[in-house]
Design a protein around this ligand. Structure first.
Ligand code: SAH
Length: 223
C-alpha cells in the first residue's frame, strides 16, 4: 500500500462506529475485498462534502457536489475499486476519468503506484486536487481535460476507471490499457450497464457486470 495518511478522525456522525456500519452494509451488498472495505472505513468521506450535507457522508447514497454532479455511492466506489483490481492487490498505473470531489481518487490511491485523474469541470478539478493534496495524498496527478482522450503520455495503464457514462466506450481508453489491464466504466444513456473490459495480449474481453446509474460522460472542458 502506498504511504497515505488516512488517520484523520471524524467526530459525531462521522465517527468510526458510523463508518463501520457503512462497511457492514457494503459487505451485505456483496463487496468481498477486505482491503477495499478497510480503505473505505478509513477514508474521511465527510471531508469531500459541503458541511450542510456532510452528516450524510456515511450513508450508502450518492450526494450532490455542485455543477450538476454527484459523489458516487460508497457501494459503487467499492465495487468499481474491487473490479479494477481483479485478483491483483496493487496496480502500477491507474487512470481515473471524472475526479469529481476526489473521493474515488482517495479510495483508489492506496492501491496504485501512480494515479492519474482527469476532470472536465474546472472548479471541481481545482477543489479536488487542493483537497487531496491537503489530506496528504502524494501519488495522484490531476488534469483538466476531456477524458474521452484518456491520458496518452502517462499510459499504458494497469487499471482505468470512469465515473461517468459514455454512450459507447471511447476507443482511446481501450488503447491505453496495458496488457493484463482492466477497464471499468458505465456504458449507455438512460439505461446504463457497468462494463468491464480486460486485456489479454491482443485480445479484449468485454463483460456486463450489473445495471448502473451515473452522470453522463460529456465532451469538452467547462470553465
Ligand atoms: N468519482 C467522483 C464521481 C464524480 S461524478 C467522486 O467521487 O466524486 C463524475 C464526474 O465525471 C463529474 O465530475 C463529471 O464532470 C466528470 N466527467 C464527465 N464527463 C467527463 C469527461 N469526458 N472527462 C472528464 N471528466 C468527465
Amino acid at each position: 500500500m502506498a504511504d497515505v495518511d488516512l488517520t484523520r478522525e471524524g467526530i459525531g456522525m462521522t465517527s468510526q462506529r458510523t463508518r463501520n456500519r457503512l462497511v457492514e452494509q457494503l459487505r451485505k451488498l456483496g463487496i468481498e475485498n477486505e482491503t477495499v472495505l478497510s480503505v473505505i472505513s478509513r477514508t474521511p468521506r465527510h471531508l469531500f462534502l459541503e458541511p450542510a450535507i456532510s452528516h450524510q457522508a456515511y450513508d450508502d447514497k450518492s450526494l450532490p457536489i455542485g455543477y450538476g454532479q454527484t459523489i458516487s455511492r460508497p457501494y459503487t466506489v467499492a465495487r468499481m475499486t474491487e473490479l479494477v483490481l481483479g485478483r491483483r492487490s496493487f496496480l502500477g498505473k491507474v487512470l481515473e476519468i471524472g475526479t469529481g470531489c476526489g473521493y474515488q481518487s482517495a479510495v483508489l490511491s492506496p492501491f496504485a503506484g501512480e494515479l492519474y485523474s482527469v476532470e472536465r469541470i474546472e472548479p471541481l478539478h481545482k477543489r479536488a486536487s487542493q483537497q487531496l493534496t491537503e489530506l496528504g495524498y502524494k501519488n495522484i496527478e490531476f488534469t483538466l481535460s476531456d477524458g474521452s482522450w484518456g491520458w496518452e503520455d502517462k499510459g499504458p495503464f494497469d487499471g482505468i476507471l470512469a465515473a461517468a457514462s459514455p454512450e459507447k466506450i471511447p476507443q482511446s481508453l481501450i488503447e491505453q490499457l496495458a496488457d493484463g489491464g482492466r477497464l471499468i466504466l458505465p456504458v449507455g444513456g438512460e439505461k446504463q450497464v457497468l462494463t468491464l473490459v480486460t486485456r489479454d495480449g491482443d485480445d479484449f474481453h468485454t463483460e456486463v457486470v450489473e445495471e448502473a446509474l451515473f452522470v453522463p460522460f460529456l465532451p469538452g472542458i467547462q470553465r
